[in-house]
Each structure stands twice: as C-alpha cells, then as structure tokens.
Design a protein around this ligand. Structure first.
Ligand code: XMP
Length: 255
C-alpha cells in the first residue's frame, strides 16, 4: 500500500491528524541513554493522540541511525504509528538513493525531500527507491520560517510554460506530477496552504509544521486545507506532553 494511504488509515483509526516532531533540545552527546529515555517517555505519553512521528537531526545526530534510532522506529511501529524522516534530502540522485536506503533499512516509512534539486538525476532516484518499497516521499513546498519567501516565495519563469509564477505553485504542480505522498507547507502562512491545496486537490495531502512554537494556528491550517499537522516543541517541551497532545487532538480531530 502507498504511504499516503497507510497514514490515512492510521489517522482515521486514531481520529488524529497529528504528526509528533520528536525533537529534543541539545544535550551532552555522552548522555545518549538519557535522550533515549526521554524520547521513549514522550512517545509513551502521546501515542494515542497521533498518527505518525517525525524524526529529525535532533535525535539522529546524537543517537546514530542504527545504534539508537532504529530501536525508536521499531517502538513507533509497535504503537501502530508510522515514522517519517525529516532528512530534507537535497543532493544528486545517486546520493539521495543511498541516503534513502539507509533510512528505510532503519525502518522509516517516508522521507522529506527538497524539490529545488529537480527530477532528472535528482528526485527521480529517490522516488523510484521509495515507491518500489511502498515508502513515501514528502516534498517541501513552502517552508514555515520567514526566510522561506526568498526561495519558495520568489517569482520564477516556469521552465515548462514560460509564464511568471510563484515558485511554490510550480512545486505544487510538480508534487502532483511526481506523485508525491505529501507536501510540506508551513502553518504560519495559511493563505499559501489554501493556494497550494487548490493545485494539489485530494491527490497530495498537505503536512503543516509551524503550529504553536512558530506562531501558526492549527485550526487555520486545517481550514486552509492541511491534512496533517506537524507539532514539535509545543508538545515535547510541555510540562504535560500527554495533556497538550490530547488538547491538540481534541481541537483538530478527524470525525
Ligand atoms: P516545532 O517545534 O516548530 O517543530 O513545532 C517543527 C518541526 O518541523 C520541522 N520544520 C519543518 N520541516 N518543512 C519541514 O520539512 C518546514 O517548513 C518545516 N518547518 C519546521 C522543524 O525542523 C521541526 O523538526
């Protein structure tokens, strides 16, 4: 089954559109056992309220892919959830394929990549290695931080049509053409979610980070067309992560 349908099933079963960004703050890399215990504890508290976990360099760098992350991914799967690697893959095709091979061997179900690299000898290999194994590729389409306007927000000449268009709308069209499993669009700019959703329709679901800590609103992102919300610090750094996750779940739950 394709990743986008796998996550849809789990989201329906858990009535949840929440993807937990399991990002822990920097700490002494010699205390990796403490980091693992903290990550496990948060997962244990919030798993009933989420449909997937997104992992980033916050954990991969200090724990190592096969020394610590693989066991965490296994644990995510035993909770009935999927694991997304926020690798923002951004290299030539051969390198992308090897990056993906490692993450998929560690058990990840999907990977985030940067569409700026283009298709031939870039994204093609990543999509091929992913879709052959039922894994998902989720493409950055408009990032959540302010500086995103300089790249994703610039006006470009579409190489296919010669027309002047916003970069993010070109990427939205490419999401559909490439059969991407998801598009990342920041919750901080709901009007961009709306415009991108109009191009993606129901083909490519929108994953929206930037809720809470970065100032985005969960309800506004969903109203604009986001299917999933990626939430990190607001839950992970909360005094009571379970209670905070439950509140987000309640506010945004699938009915
Ligand atoms: P917070 O703590 O801000 O964490 O809720 C958000 C998580 O998502 C990552 N992030 C992004 N990832 N495209 C991405 O692929 C984006 O536009 C984007 N904005 C934030 C961030 O690194 C953290 O893991």
């Amino acid at each position: 089954m394709q990743f986008k349908f796998k996550i849809q099933e789990i989201a329906k079963a858990n009535k949840s559109r929440l993807v937990l960004a399991l990002d822990l703050p920097f700490q002494n890399p010699n205390s990796s056992q403490e980091l693992i215990s903290k990550a496990d504890a948060i997962l244990e508290q919030v798993y009933p309220y989420i449909c997937a976990v997104k992992i980033n360099n916050h954990l991969v760098l200090p724990l190592g892919l096969f020394d610590g992350i693989k066991a965490l991914v296994d644990k995510i799967h035993t909770k009935g959830l999927l694991a997304i690697m926020d690798a923002k893959v951004n290299d030539i095709g051969n390198t992308n394929q090897i990056i993906a091979d490692y993450y998929y061997t560690a058990g990840f179900d999907a990977i985030i990549a940067n569409p700026f690299i283009g298709w031939e000898d870039g994204l093609r290999q990543l999509f091929e290695v992913s879709h052959r194994q039922g894994k998902g590729v989720i493409l950055l389409t408009y990032m959540s931080h302010k500086g995103a306007v300089e790249g994703y927000g610039q006006t470009v000449i579409d190489s296919a049509t010669g027309a002047s268009v916003p970069q993010y709308l070109v990427f939205a069209q490419k999401n559909v053409a490439y059969k991407a499993d998801g598009a990342v669009v920041g919750a901080t700019i709901p009007e961009k979610i709306k415009a991108i959703h109009q191009v993606l329709g129901e083909e490519v679901p929108i994953y929206s980070p930037g809720v809470g800590a970065q100032g985005g609103s969960a309800e506004a992102a969903i109203k604009a067309g986001a299917s999933y919300l990626i939430v990190g610090r607001e839950i992970v750094s909360a005094e009571n992560p379970a209670e905070t996750a439950r509140k987000f779940w309640d506010l945004t739950k699938l009915v």
